[in-house]
Design a protein around this ligand. Structure first.
Ligand SMILES: [Zn+2]
Length: 346
């Protein structure tokens, strides 16, 4: 299996100034830019010298939106798709680049999840989450100056999505031991080492996530690389992601992806600690608290009943992906107990 991972990764102030040079280096002669109107205002001065063949505004995150852009481009000889924006823009850009068989350059303007560099596009179709495999970006340009000015809540979400790798890789290891699933130590190391690094920083009393955006971005980009190496989201998505998907399916609460998986990480770390003596849920909870991410159901607009329903529903999601949910099959009472112990509900 050939693994494609980003070759050009820039994480620094004013990194966006490197975009023109990167396109030249790739020999691109026919690049298009996908963005949204707000981002365009912010970056237009910085990219005005780049001779894009077209600029498209992504209005909705949907497969249809991507197809429409591809049709508009008429399958012309576009050789590079530059996505500049948040998750919505990047997801659509990934699909467009893949359909056109063009290079994809990811220019994130937020640090809200690990989709920045992953070969997976996530959409909500008719309210249900759908994932599509795409080609990974050849380049990632993360301009910390731009990302610093995105809403804090999005940065906190990115923190949640990064530390969720901690329980995700435990689920993979559990499956290796109990079901014989194939396992990739390199992908696990790449996904979990930045997550632990970030976690250890975040429990320091005077830690400010806003001052350490680079570590967060590096971790999120590495998560994408781990996904590319594994050939699936396995190293970055376990039971805590099933729980988040369950909330989305059921339409409960108002959390972002990263906030939901962060809460899920507390819950499943609790089960790992309790069942296998492998984990420290308090450390996870304290780190989330310290960065300002939600650690209680009510902060996400969730009732105790909703969160219990989502945890039970999570058992039905993607059953083939073996996690601690399948291994110990917690009862409603077990979940209730976990929520109380972890102070997620009163
Ligand atoms: Zn995620």
């Amino acid at each position: 299996m050939e693994v494609k991972i980003p070759t050009y990764v820039y994480i620094q102030r004013n990194a966006i100034n490197k975009l023109g040079k990167l396109l030249e280096r790739l020999g691109s002669e026919n690049a298009v830019m996908l963005t949204d109107r707000i981002v365009k205002e912010i970056v237009s001065k910085k990219v005005e010298k780049i001779p894009f063949s077209g600029i498209f505004f992504v209005e909705r995150a949907s497969i249809l939106e991507a197809r429409e852009i591809v049709m508009n481009l008429g399958y012309g000889d576009i050789d590079a798709v530059v996505g500049i924006g948040g998750g919505k823009v990047l997801d659509v850009s990934k699909v467009v680049a893949t359909e056109l068989n063009a290079e994809f350059i990811s220019v994130p303007t937020t640090a809200s999840h690990d989709g920045i560099a992953s070969p997976v596009a996530s959409f909500k179709e008719n309210g249900k989450p759908v994932s599509i495999s795409t080609k990974p970006p050849i380049g990632v340009i993360a301009d910390t100056e731009i990302i610093k000015s995105c809403p804090k809540r999005l940065i906190h979400s990115g923190f949640g999505d990064l530390i969720s790798n901690i329980t995700a890789v435990k689920d993979w290891r559990l499956s290796r031991d109990l079901t014989g699933e194939s396992y990739n130590e390199v992908a696990v190391a790449i996904a979990s080492m930045p997550a632990h690094l970030m976690l250890n920083k975040a429990i320091e009393p005077d830690f400010k996530l806003e001052n350490d955006i680079e570590t967060l971005l590096r971790g999120l980009i590495m998560s994408g690389v781990a996904i590319a190496i594994a050939g699936s989201s396995r190293p970055a998505s376990g039971a805590e992601h099933k729980f988040s998907h369950a909330l989305d399916y059921l339409g409960f609460g108002a959390g972002t992806h990263g906030e939901q998986v962060g809460l899920g990480t507390i819950i499943f770390e609790y089960f790992y600690e309790k069942t296998y003596n492998d984990g420290n849920w308090e450390l996870i909870r304290n780190s989330l608290r310290n960065v300002g991410a939600p650690t209680r159901a009510e902060e996400l607009g969730l009732t105790k009943e909703q969160i219990l329903e989502a945890l039970i529903y999570a058992k039905k999601i993607r059953r083939k992906r073996f996690t601690i949910l399948e291994a110990i099959n917690p009862s409603k009472e077990d979940f209730e107990d976990a929520l109380k112990q972890t102070e997620i509900v009163d």
